[in-house]
Write a protein that binds this ligand. Structure first.
Ligand code: DC
Length: 222
């Protein structure tokens, strides 16, 4: 049986995960958050004191078992059998993930796992290299983006609602720096492939973003 793959790439903070999750739920697809896998490798490296040592991370790859499971509360990520779904969201892990994501051997291992997952279900997979490297034959390819201003505003609002003290300008500078790193690394940089549909959500809210993505998918695959 042939399964449908929807590949969604885009910069940090464009709303890929929340939009993809909602669309996957509406369409009955499996949502795969590939960023969470890079985060799990980073968490392992941080816990083992090897986050700054590329060779040690490469040597440890065989000892890092990552699994994705699904529960009523959504996707769970397991690192060597332990549920680390919440731990991988710490700021230290976000930074670590962006450094392990430049290591070719790490990417090779995770890309292989991601390709395997897409063979067994209809999937919506989001990340940075899904259209270009992981699922180049995906039936639907989307590049989901928003201006740095819009992304910074959303992040600022999220943090303020959580009661976290923050500064809008600093958030925007961080977003611009992450965009630069993601698009200028030599290993699988973030690019919009020619065959991906560009969706800019700078001027639309969450529901409208979900509606637009869902429409692109249903128009393409029925
Ligand atoms: O989407 P995220 O913030 O959870 O991603 C964490 C890090 O992993 C981020 O620095 C980008 C990187 N990443 C990647 O290089 N390739 C992917 N397919 C997904 C994420």
């Amino acid at each position: 049986m042939n399964y449908i793959s929807v590949a969604i790439d885009g910069p940090a903070g464009a709303g890929k995960s929340s939009v993809s999750k909602a669309v996957a739920k509406a369409l009955g697809y499996v949502y795969i958050d590939t960023g969470a896998m890079y985060r799990a490798v980073a968490l392992y490296a941080i816990r083992n004191g090897i986050i700054s040592d590329t060779q040690k991370i490469i040597d440890a790859l065989d000892d890092i078992k990552i699994e994705i499971k699904y529960s009523d509360s959504g996707q769970l990520i397991l690192l060597n059998g332990e549920d680390v779904t919440l731990d991988i969201r710490q700021e230290e892990v976000s930074k670590g993930a962006s450094s392990v994501a430049v290591i070719g051997e790490v990417r090779k291992k995770l890309v292989k796992m991601q390709q395997e997952m897409a063979k067994h279900d209809n999937v919506i997979m989001d990340g940075r290299d899904i259209c270009s490297v992981v699922l180049p034959d995906a039936q639907v390819k989307i590049f989901l983006t928003a201006s740095a201003d819009a992304r910074a505003q959303r992040r600022y609002k999220e943090l303020v609602e959580k009661g976290v003290e923050c500064d809008l300008e600093t958030i925007k500078e961080d977003i611009i720096a992450r965009d630069y790193n993601d698009s200028h690394r030599s290993e699988s940089p973030l690019v919009k492939t020619d065959d991906a549909v560009l969706v800019d959500t700078s001027d639309c809210d969450f529901d409208e973003s979900v509606r637009r993505i869902q429409e692109i998918i249903t128009k393409t695959v029925g």
